[in-house]
Write a protein that binds this ligand. Structure first.
Ligand code: FES
Length: 157
């Protein structure tokens, strides 16, 4: 007569089972947290560099920048994600235009000489630092150099 052996299923203790399930669950939760955190990262306050320092010159005679002709006027340079304002006669400042909270384009407020985000109300000082949240990171401040005789404004890092 042929001998048949039946292998018994391996058994583990209940506590060992729970420990293994718990480790697996923890690993899944950790991965989801990492993915979730990456998606809600603060917008890059320095979006234009990409390894190259920003250095652009704009023509203040261009109709594109007509709003910059007057004290208190501002313009957004979308291609470089920069906002430029003439804060005093002949004095310009430039900061990154994407709010560091969720990326909404900020506007310049001449009356208070600051940058305001219309999305959730963050306020940034003229140097780009945060005055009121929810944003917690500053806008990047750029250097400016104006040549009024040629109506050129250089914005650079
Ligand atoms: S996106 Fe600017 S405050 Fe939220």
């Amino acid at each position: 007569m042929e001998k048949v052996s039946i292998k018994q299923p391996e058994t583990i203790e209940r506590s060992e089972f729970l420990k293994q399930v718990g480790i697996g669950f923890g690993a899944i939760m950790l991965m989801q947290c990492i993915q979730g955190c990456a998606e809600s990262e603060i917008p890059d306050p320095n979006p234009t560099t990409g390894g190259t320092k920003l250095d652009i010159t704009i023509d203040l005679n261009s109709s594109t920048y007509a709003t910059l002709k007057n004290k208190g006027g501002f313009a957004v340079i979308s291609a470089n994600r920069i906002i430029v304002a003439q804060t005093q006669s002949g004095t310009f400042l430039a900061v990154s235009s994407a709010c560091t909270h969720a990326g909404t384009t900020v506007t310049y407020r001449a009356n208070s000489n600051d940058f305001f985000c219309p999305n959730h109300g963050s306020v940034f000082r003229s140097d780009g630092s945060v005055q009121n949240g929810p944003a917690t990171a500053a806008l990047k401040r750029y250097n400016t150099s104006v040549d009024l005789s040629n109506n050129k404004l250089r914005i650079f890092e």
